[in-house]
Design a protein around this ligand. Structure first.
Ligand code: 5J7
Ligand code: CA
Length: 512
């Protein structure tokens, strides 16, 4: 009986906040715009062997096909139906991906776009990814089916039906976001169709959901849907396991809606995290890494057990969305690796790693006029597959940040130090900082314009460790720098400010 109560208490405490990743797997990767067939392969050949816990996938449901501009990435945020049929693949390919990823312990998290359907100017016809008919003008989506009764037009109080003022919570929830037809999530019927879509995915075997545009949905409406969701499939998960929920709420302060309104439903994206970390690592606004000593709640972020954190996302990496120019991306690779390294070493939040595609950036008056560009694709609009080069990098303009040695090894570092306390902070009152995680791992950064040469207490057992930033442990040697930890726990670190990567990380699983 006592054990039963403990189990119930555990599930009650964690429930929708628990990522459901396998023990010792502490991060997920957003494989933005990847095809299902490529994700299945990546789970088997790379993500599972390297300790990644899961994949956030692009929206799997049918969406509008836009041709002006040509097939932009955002067309996938304009649903036409809940058929599993998109540029990433069809339902059979989706099921194959979920099965194969789950079988190697890498779980799938679905980007759920349920606040709206396509834009009001979407026209009528069958220009959708599965060929389903729709009429945006009359709000008719027979493939769901939704009709004009199922939208919020009557509820919205603005002149033109659009969100005009983000300081008015009613507008933000009940009016159209940039003309997108706003679903009446207050209606039982609409809630049941959304729940049916999500339950279809759960029954196939997905482990959770990113709730797109949550700011634009009432937390109570979302709860009514989430309460209808099935437990996860017992083919892979313990009976009674709830889906992991993380809600996209862009809250940098100063608006009517705050992230905390959503804590009852699950975790929430902490957009301050990447915006602030970018400012610090770029040394803008007088920031310096020494100030990261109280990173996390000490910086006014939400509590760690509610936060989903990331350095950049698919939206703000192209100058859209929150954070502006401070956001670090693969385009600034040297700073980016430091930022992701810091995130993965630090205990705050549940971490998501971005994996991008390259596009032809073209700045005009400070704005990238190509920020709309969709994934690498063929002339018929189909998405190119992810090819793998001899050196393990990706081809066809897939960036594959999750395969960069520094990022992959820090994802492993986070798994090794899981549960260990933040410890042994050191800084030079400028941009040289170091900290450890209990007696399992230690990391040192030099983001100053001069060399670092310092003996620091690491808390680690005596021994010779491979720096997992400059190389790997291979058999009984290191391919990069080695670090000697003495019997008093001290080690000497030398980091040139001109180093390819001006940081060093050691952990007990990469000890000789
Ligand atoms: C919502 C917010 O609450 C917010 O704070 C924010 O910064 C962005 C958005 C936002 O979310 C969307 C979710 C969707 O599912 C679909 C969408 O189209 C959007 C969306 O457009 C959107 O806002 C865009 O980006 C903001 C920075 C601008 O302030 C908005 O005006 C809006 O920009 C519009 O983008 C342009 O005005 C319009 O001309 C253009 O056609 C449209 C292209 O679509 C997008 O850029 C999609 C962005 C998107 C953002 C997301 O966070 C997301 O999860 C999915 C898509
Ligand atoms: Ca809405």
């Amino acid at each position: 009986m006592r054990i039963f109560l403990l189990v119930v208490a555990f599930q009650f405490c964690w429930a929708q906040y628990n990522p459901n990743t396998k023990p010792g797997r502490t991060s997920i990767v957003h494989l933005f715009e990847w095809r299902w067939a490529d994700i299945a392969l990546e789970c088997e050949r790379y993500l599972a062997p390297n300790g990644y816990g899961g994949v956030q996938i692009s929206p799997p449901n049918e969406n509008i096909v836009l041709t002006n501009p040509w097939r932009p990435w955002w067309e996938r945020y304009q649903p036409i139906s809940y058929k599993l049929c998109s540029r990433s693949g069809n339902e059979n390919e989706f099921k194959d991906m979920v099965t194969r990823c789950n079988n190697v312990g890498v779980y799938i998290y679905v980007d759920a776009v349920v606040n709206h359907m396509c834009g009001s100017g979407g026209g009528s016809g069958t220009h959708s990814t599965c060929g389903s008919y729709f009429n945006a003008g009359t709000e008719d989506f027979p493939a769901v089916p939704f009709s004009s009764w199922d939208f919020n037009d009557g509820k919205c109080q603005t002149q033109n039906g659009e969100i005009q003022n983000y300081n008015d919570a009613n507008q933000v929830r009940d009016c159209r976001l940039v003309s997108l037809l706003d679903l009446a999530l207050g209606k039982d019927y609409v809630r049941s169709k959304v729940a049916e879509y999500m339950n279809h995915l759960i029954d196939i075997g997905v482990a959770g959901f990113r709730m797109d545009a949550s700011k634009h949905m009432w937390p109570g409406d979302m709860k009514a849907i989430l309460d209808q969701l099935h437990n996860l499939s017992t083919s892979w998960f313990a009976s009674g396991t709830r889906p992991f929920i993380y809600q996209e709420v862009i809250d940098l302060g100063g608006e009517a809606i705050s992230a905390s309104e959503y804590f009852g439903n699950g975790r929430v994206t902490e957009f301050k995290y990447g915006a602030k970390l970018g400012t610090v690592i770029r040394k803008w606004s007088g920031e310096k890494m020494a100030y990261l000593k109280n990173w996390g709640e000490g910086w006014g972020f939400m509590s760690s057990d509610k936060a989903l954190v990331f350095v950049d996302n698919h939206d703000n990496q192209r100058g859209h969305g929150a954070g502006g120019a401070s956001i670090l991306t693969f385009w600034d690779a040297r700073l980016y690796k430091m930022g992701v390294g810091f995130m993965l070493a630090h205990p705050y939040g549940f971490t998501r790693i971005m994996s991008s595609y390259r596009w032809s950036r073209n700045f005009e008056n400070g704005k990238d006029v190509n920020d709309w560009m969709g994934p690498p694709s063929n002339s018929d609009g189909s998405t190119k597959s992810v090819t793998i080069n001899a050196d393990t990098t990706c081809g066809n303009d897939w960036v594959c940040e999750h395969r960069w040695r520094q990022i992959r090894n820090m994802a492993i570092f986070r798994n090794v130090v899981d549960g260990q306390p933040f410890a042994n902070w050191w800084d030079n009152n400028s941009n040289q900082v170091a900290f450890g995680r209990g007696n399992k791992g230690f990391i040192v950064f030099n983001n100053d314009d001069w060399n670092l040469s310092q003996t620091l207490y690491t808390g680690l057992p005596e021994g010779t460790y491979c720096d997992v930033i400059s190389g790997d442990k291979q058999g009984s040697s290191c391919t990069g720098i080695t670090i000697q930890v003495y019997n008093n726990g001290n080690a000497n670190f030398q980091i040139s400010n001109h180093a390819e990567d001006p940081f060093v990380a050691i952990h007990v699983d990469a000890k000789l």
